[in-house]
Design a protein around this ligand. Structure first.
Ligand SMILES: *[C@@H]1O[C@H](CO)[C@@H](O)[C@H](O)[C@H]1NC(C)=O
Ligand SMILES: *[C@@H]1O[C@H](CO)[C@@H](O)[C@H](O)[C@H]1NC(C)=O
Ligand SMILES: *[C@@H]1O[C@H](CO)[C@@H](O)[C@H](O)[C@H]1NC(C)=O
Length: 326
């Protein structure tokens, strides 16, 4: 059954020309961030993610799942989703209470944060892999391995104590095992399938150039901005003619609020050498037609005026010449 999904995976992931991109796993995971300010105040945030795309939120007041997209339910029935919602609700309430009751016994000193990342990933060749990782104040603390809780080396004796305690609860371990090994691997392919129109959409980039002086006088930083593209793989570089400019600096690709991406690519040059440079953008949405933006727009404006003015002068000369002859 899973094999049916792999052509889809390959299509989803083969955004770039790069063949090895296809090897990358795709994952679905839940993120929990719990902040404990003092003995009486705690806050839980929850969300669901398909790689870098948020698909679910958690309304902690009412204890309900927020479906961010029309396809966020995947192929699960409302009944199964309500069961999961109930499970998360009980989990958040129970966990908060347990931690507050045992904070001093476990040597948790207020304020502290607990982060949890739980989910599974599909590889195109292997069976799905699951993970359940817990961090305490931003460092690895413990994880669920196979059928039991294991402390992380960074967690020290405190993590060992927490694992010893958690490992006594067979019921919780069974639930976690089932979520990891059954629920998630069943949910992920259904979600990919339900969302395929959205996930396979192609959005053409918009590109524009800007510049600003650098700290070194006489040098300019040329910036090529590329925005609102989807999917994420993209190739952008500064060129002179057909030659890629080695000094090109590429920032991290940043998310736009609408789920598309934004990238800045910079080249520092001597102000006098900027003319003749161009920024070239290659993206799957462009169907092989790269976007090319030339620096030195002013130069081409002069060129355009020449094209207009020269024939005009010629025309005037001709008119005068004809008048003289008549
Ligand atoms: C607990 O922390 C919350 C949030 O920081 C604060 O508003 C509240 O006054 C604190 N309560 C006590 C008893 O310290
Ligand atoms: C996982 O746990 C089960 C039951 O305890 C055991 O039979 C199995 O060998 C374990 N697998 C791994 C990879 O540790
Ligand atoms: C959802 O899709 C997955 C993968 O195709 C499948 O294993 C599962 O049975 C489907 N339905 C439910 C309710 O999980």
């Amino acid at each position: 059954m899973l094999l049916l999904q792999f052509p889809l995976l390959a299509v989803l992931l083969a955004g770039g020309d790069n063949a090895d991109v296809v090897q990358e796993p795709i994952s679905f995971y839940l993120i929990q961030i719990s902040s404990f300010a003092n003995q009486t105040w705690a806050q839980n945030q929850g969300s669901g993610w398909l790689d870098e795309l948020q698909t679910h939120g958690w309304e902690s007041e009412s204890g309900t799942i927020i479906f961010m997209h029309s396809w966020s339910k995947g192929n699960f029935s409302n009944e199964e989703l309500l069961d999961l919602e109930m499970l998360f609700r009980v989990y958040f309430i129970g966990l908060t209470r347990e931690i507050q009751d045992r904070a001093s016994q476990l040597q948790f000193i207020y304020p502290f944060d607990i982060q949890v990342k739980v989910g599974c990933e599909l590889h195109s060749k292997e069976s799905p892999k699951s993970f359940f990782q817990v961090a305490f104040d931003g460092s690895d603390f413990l994880s669920f391995q196979n059928t039991s809780w294991m402390p992380s080396p960074e967690g020290g004796s405190r993590a060992q104590n927490v694992c010893d305690l958690l490992n006594q609860y067979e019921g919780i371990k069974e639930i976690v095992y089932k979520l990891n090994r059954n629920t998630c691997p069943r949910f992920l392919p259904g979600l990919l399938d339900a969302g395929k129109m959205y996930l396979q959409r192609q959005v053409r980039p918009e590109a524009w150039l800007s510049s600003h002086p650098t700290l070194v006088s006489g040098r300019l930083s040329l910036v090529c901005h590329v925005s609102r593209f989807y999917p994420k793989p993209i190739w952008v570089t500064w060129m002179r003619g057909e030659e890629e400019q080695l000094g090109t600096k590429r920032d991290d690709i940043l998310p736009n609020a609408d789920g598309t991406w934004y990238l800045r690519v910079t080249l520092d040059v001597d102000a006098g050498e900027a003319a003749g440079l161009s920024c070239r953008v290659r993206h799957s949405s462009l169907g092989g037609q790269d976007i090319v933006l030339y620096w030195g727009h002013r130069l081409s404006m002069t060129f355009i005026s020449l094209i207009v003015i020269v024939p005009l002068i010629l025309l005037i000369v001709l008119v005068i010449w004809f008048k003289k002859r008549w």
